[in-house]
Design a protein around this ligand. Structure first.
Ligand code: SF4
Length: 433
């Protein structure tokens, strides 16, 4: 086992359980202008999210409290670590209003992060809604055009709909579930691209000189067609260019997409301005794939991915990456896939299963659960040895869902523009430690 930084160890431990927070404290934080609780930092360079199973659920030993103005995590009632939350950015006010479900009673809104959908629920509401339509009711049907992810990431989702949800064979671990609804195909709605351009402009203005510390990611539920949504992803960057006259100088611009069946779309994505591409395998073993993804994606051969990876490596100047989810598949098979990809220079985000959305059903019916911190540390230890063996760097810092890069010593500093002045916590000592 590698010797890992105490803060990374603390992060992985918390991730294995989730954080409890009282609705009252959540409400206070919201009123004080913090981004919501999942986007948590330990010090200024280790990031959450920690919301997997938290928010008042009683089985986590970890709880957020505020003591003498300092936000802290307690484990079984004992001080564990100081933490801080992102500041709520002003550009988050640019929100798309879902035509339906405008209940008007919502007190806040949802964000989507790469790999995580979560919600800061109204005071008193402690459960993450299993049904996305219930989430829409909670939020008044509003979502930001540009979300802020836990690794200084700006995320854009041109569609909440997924072709597999439409055909009622969604991936069983999907964290953006809910009934299919044409209204969720935002890119089809009149004015959506123009409004997105305005929101991105506001984000770029607010971030200012720190834009290079941020990344931009475009992600979506799978969009039908042989391009798997590439044309929509291209229009997304075109809308930004049309508004700004250029693409922001972010650290990278990444498309997260199922491999298009026609490789010409990879070049088209690059030509549009994407520097990086991520094509998530999610589950490696062919029979496990079909069981956990009972849809066309689950039936796509790993050889399809390998072909797309190799082609993309010739095209994209940045990173070609993938993701595998720990906790729902055989560990040895997962690591075999991890090694096969590392051998061709494709790093894998090693992501713990999240009990959100359809994952709740998978937990109930198949006993899947968030992997323990010991499991994740064991996997990270073996995965980092594989990367070193193949001279493949870990996937670009994504200190949220996958902690592999942090485990291997990579750090990302929280940007000042999304930091409250009083949030510099790393050298503060709790009053009663
Ligand atoms: S491809 Fe699978 S995990 Fe992704 S949005 Fe569709 S159903 Fe969910």
């Amino acid at each position: 086992m590698s010797v890992i930084d105490k803060a990374v160890d603390q992060k992985i431990k918390i991730m294995g359980h989730g954080l409890k927070i009282t609705p009252q404290l959540k409400q206070e934080l919201l009123a004080e202008g913090y981004y919501h609780a999942p986007l948590t930092w330990i010090g200024d360079n280790i990031t959450g999210p920690f919301s997997f199973d938290g928010y008042g659920r009683s089985d986590s030993p970890f709880e957020v409290r505020r003591v003498d103005g300092q936000l802290q995590v307690f484990e079984h009632g004992k001080f564990f670590t100081n933490i801080a939350f992102y500041k709520r950015p002003k550009f988050w006010e640019y929100q798309w209003a879902f035509k339906k479900n405008k209940s008007g009673g919502a007190t806040t809104a949802v964000f989507l992060d790469e790999g995580v959908s979560s919600v800061l629920t109204p005071c008193g509401q402690e459960e993450f809604p299993e049904n996305e339509n219930a989430t829409l009711e909670l939020t008044g049907g509003k979502f930001p055009f540009v979300s802020l992810a836990c690794y200084n990431g700006l995320c854009i989702w041109p569609s909440w709909g997924c072709t597999y949800t439409k055909s009622k064979n969604a991936c069983r671990f999907c964290c953006i579930p809910g009934n299919y609804d044409e209204d969720k195909l935002l890119y089809k709605q009149p004015g959506w691209f123009e409004a997105l351009g305005v929101a991105v402009e506001a984000a770029v203005e607010e971030i200012g000189d720190e834009i290079g510390k941020f990344s931009i990611t475009v992600d979506a539920g799978t969009i039908p067609g042989p391009d798997k949504g590439a044309a929509v992803y291209i229009k997304t960057l075109e809308a930004i260019k049309a508004r700004l006259g250029y693409l922001p100088k972010a650290s990278y611009i990444r498309a997260v997409i199922e491999p298009p069946t026609d490789e010409k779309w990879l070049q088209a994505l690059r030509d549009a301005g994407y520097t990086d591409i991520q094509m998530d395998v999610d589950v490696y073993d062919e029979s496990e794939r079909r069981n956990l993804m009972p849809n066309a994606k689950g039936y796509r051969k790993i050889s399809d991915y390998l072909k797309a990876f190799k082609k993309a490596k010739q095209i994209f100047p940045g990173e070609v990456a993938t993701q595998l989810i720990a906790g729902i598949q055989n560990e040895e098979k997962l690591l075999a896939g991890f090694e096969q990809f590392a051998a061709i220079g494709v790093p894998t985000l090693l992501t713990p299963f999240l009990v959100g959305g359809l994952g709740k059903k998978l937990k109930r019916e198949a006993g899947a659960d968030v992997p323990s911190s010991d499991t994740m540390k064991r996997l990270y230890d073996r995965a980092s040895a594989i990367l070193v063996k193949h001279d493949c760097p870990p996937a670009q810092f994504r200190g949220g869902v996958s902690s592999l890069a942090e485990f291997m010593g990579k750090r990302l500093k929280r940007a000042d523009v999304v930091t409250h002045d009083n949030d510099r916590v790393h050298d503060r000592v709790p009053a009663f430690a």
